[in-house]
Design a protein around this ligand. Structure first.
Ligand SMILES: C[S@@+](CC[C@H](N)C(=O)[O-])C[C@H]1O[C@@H](n2cnc3c(N)ncnc32)[C@H](O)[C@@H]1O
Length: 208
């Protein structure tokens, strides 16, 4: 499991800067709060354009695992201008190319909606975290079952996935994190003024 290349990946890389900036404007306070206390070696899965780099404290060693090769040049530039020691890696969260227990924290913002196999990705996150390490997440999630919004999310899955590079608008990501084997999970639900993907959750999952 390595690069996600091809025409779709190239088009998505062209659209992502605008989409990521728009989302980050709406969610910046959440992102800042989530990332403010990071220290040590941090792996960010699916960093996209590197929109979170501004929110990291100085001093972290940042590793970014991004499967879309067309996003790598921009990520390298963003990393250089932020002045962190770090590296952009090619690969997918379902097969993280790092040793077991080698990172202090993993960051995932708007990524677990898109990975093809979120259970495998979370197992990999647990593998690479050192004991006591944390997964910090901010994800758009499924609306509660039985609501009109959930019915809409379920309906648009095929189109949304095709246009959104594999993104699932109706993924129950907090439940997946709770079932993944972390020692403790704390998540806070909130909404952003967005069509279809308004419900979000942000939080921390600790490895025991
Ligand atoms: C919606 S973008 C979010 C980008 C950024 N994290 C943000 O908050 O703006 C989804 C990102 O996840 C990446 N991605 C998709 N599938 C992935 C996988 N299996 N493993 C790691 N990253 C993945 C995409 O290439 C893209 O960079």
């Amino acid at each position: 499991m390595g690069a996600k290349g091809g025409l779709q990946a190239r088009i998505f890389a062209g659209l992502l800067p605008g989409l990521a900036r728009g989302h980050a404007r709406l969610s910046w306070a959440w992102r800042q709060r989530l990332l403010a206390g990071l220290r040590g070696t941090v792996l960010e899965i699916g960093p996209g354009t590197g929109v979170n780099l501004e929110a990291y404290p100085q001093g972290v060693r940042w590793l970014g695992l991004e499967p879309n090769p067309y996003l790598h040049p921009g990520l390298e530039r963003a990393l250089e201008s932020r002045g962190f020691p770090g590296q952009v890696l090619l690969g997918q969260a379902e097969a993280i190319p790092l040793e077991a227990e080698s990172v202090d924290a993993v960051v995932s913002t708007l990524v677990l909606c898109s990975v093809a196999d979120p259970r495998r990705a979370l197992a990999e996150v647990l593998r690479v975290l050192r004991p006591g390490g944390r997964l910090l997440f901010l994800e758009h999630v499924a609306a509660p079952r039985g609501t009109p919004l959930r019915a809409l999310q379920d309906l648009v899955v095929p189109v949304w996935r095709a246009l959104g590079d594999g993104c699932h608008p109706n993924r129950e990501t907090l439940r997946l994190i709770q079932e993944a084997g972390f020692a403790r999970v704390e998540g806070e639900a909130f909404r952003l003024p967005l069509p279809v993907v308004a419900p979000h959750v942000a939080g921390v999952a600790w490895k025991g």
